[in-house]
Design a protein around this ligand. Sequence first.
Ligand SMILES: C[S@@+](CC[C@H](N)C(=O)[O-])C[C@H]1O[C@@H](n2cnc3c(N)ncnc32)[C@H](O)[C@@H]1O
Length: 257
Amino acid sequence: MRSASQQSVNNEIYHALGERWYKAQDDPVALLRAESRLRNPWVAEELRARFAGRSLRILDAGCGGGFLSNYLATQGHTVVGLDFASDALKVARLHDATGRVEFIQGDAYRLPFQDGAFDAICCMDFLEHVEEPELSIREAARVLVPGGLFVYYTFNRNWLAWLVAIKGVEWFVPNTPPNMHVLRLFIKPEDLNSMCARSGLAVDSVRGMAPVVFSAAFWKLLTFHTVADSFAFRFTRSTRISYIGFARKIQEEQVNF
Ligand SMILES: C[S@@+](CC[C@H](N)C(=O)[O-])C[C@H]1O[C@@H](n2cnc3c(N)ncnc32)[C@H](O)[C@@H]1O
């Protein structure tokens, strides 16, 4: 048996979910949907506020079933969703109400785009799924325009995140495969800030996220092991479990300042 320091994250599951991306209540993918119900409107609102309501070119790297890509397209943006898993991309396409999202199979370590191709790049629930998150961040920074925005959501590395996001999910959510998440790939916010800084990205806003525990849906999860469609997350000041952040690509003149 492999020790915790050697475990690889299981990314195979994203190839075989089919319509379960959008429908399953007996699978951790239902938690991804619940997270995105909270995150998506906030991301769209931040983009609107920071870019004066302009229509943007956005890359959703590690887009999976397209929860964010498809939402941002409905807000009038030009969106590319990129993922390793072709099956996930098929499902994402089927749920693109605008028919305008370009879903492409690719590797976030080697983005098939020119420098400065995007105004914003989102990596939601993704950085803890790769061995070298800094490589993905560097690639994201490369294909962002100066002043462009890097948006990320990931998990903190500590015992509470291990208990809630790894053990809690394994205990209560059916069909959770071994190593869906591994603690060693969770990222402390200060480490993420440093990775961003080394790629010329300045983190300017971060919020924590946690499940709403005093709710019927949370009780249903504990007792019936079902993730109801009303299962909700909330923003928190604490980033102890998971967190969402925005980082600006520093403009040339700011670097030389
Ligand atoms: C937890 S899912 C998150 C999906 C989506 N971002 C969301 O929040 O619903 C992680 C996704 O990252 C993808 N992935 C992992 N490594 C990748 C890589 N190197 N390049 C592109 N996609 C990758 C997986 O296939 C999977 O769809």
